[in-house]
Design a binder for this molecule. Structure first.
Ligand code: ADP
Ligand code: ADP
Length: 216
């Protein structure tokens, strides 16, 4: 479903990724760990088309992401890749429901369908009663769940999460991790999660480590 082949990435004389290979099946939850500065975010950005490798290829559902034209990239990304960051990055002026719907509207889908989908996701995530509140009125855990729903609104092929529980207390972090597994059960969703959280990393289907520019 996702395959990265021989990814190389350097910044000036710093070889961050030396020859990284990764293959992820549909419905897998893969965790990536590694020391600070090891290249975890760099790899996630390359898998998510936010950054280009110096060498190598990334295939997602048969598309070669490295070959996509710049003009097609943002549309492709919005449709096929869900992002969750350490900080939720919700738009403060909009309600939780609106935040979840916005990437769906950008995909030119029927508004009614997008809203129904968004409410369904908020329900799966246990926060449908918070749908009409703005981010500032939500708890940290609720904000991050809203960001998860937003990442899922376009049925992405893969969700890339960079320290999704890094800003949550241990109880909320644990609940968020449970939700990833629930979403996999309910939707067959695939996740690649960069995390410092050992518990999540050990619970995932596969735990990979980046060290000295190599992933294994
Ligand atoms: P991690 O996510 O594992 O903490 P990063 O992928 O953020 O690591 O960074 C890997 C290394 O590459 C770090 O040494 C970082 O300072 C460096 N780096 C990341 N992005 C850039 C950039 N745009 N320019 C120069 N160096 C960078
Ligand atoms: P994380 O801690 O989540 O790995 P960072 O704080 O290292 O993220 O990086 C945040 C952003 O800054 C990334 O987009 C990364 O590419 C960029 N960055 C990281 N290190 C450097 C650097 N030395 N020079 C320029 N940009 C950098």
């Amino acid at each position: 479903m996702l395959r990265a082949e021989n990814i190389v990435k350097s910044y000036r004389n710093l070889n961050v990724l030396k020859r990284v290979n990764l293959e992820v099946q549909k419905g897998e939850i893969v965790s990536i760990v590694g020391a600070s500065g090891a290249g975890k975010s760099t790899l996630l950005h390359i898998l998510g088309t936010l950054d280009q490798p110096d060498d190598g290829n990334v295939y997602l559902e048969g598309y070669n992401l490295i070959r996509l034209k710049n003009s097609d990239l943002s549309k492709f990304r919005n449709k096929k890749i869900g992002f969750i960051f350490q900080f939720h990055n919700l738009l403060p002026e909009f309600t939780a429901l609106e935040n979840v719907c916005i990437p769906g509207y950008l995909g030119n889908r029927d508004e009614k369908q997008v809203e129904e989908k968004a409410l369904h996701l908020l329900k799966l995530l246990g926060i449908e009663d918070r749908a009409h509140h703005k981010p500032s009125e939500l708890s940290g855990g609720e904000q991050q769940r809203t960001a998860v729903a937003r990442a899922l609104i376009n049925d992405p092929a893969v969700v890339l999460a960079d320290e999704p529980s890094g800003n949550l207390d241990s109880k909320n972090a644990e609940e968020l991790h449970q939700l990833f597994f629930k979403l996999r059960e309910e939707l067959g969703q695939t996740f690649i999660i960069v995390t410092h959280n050992n518990e999540l990393a050990s619970h995932s289907d596969r735990k990979l480590e980046i060290k000295d520019g190599i992933l294994d």
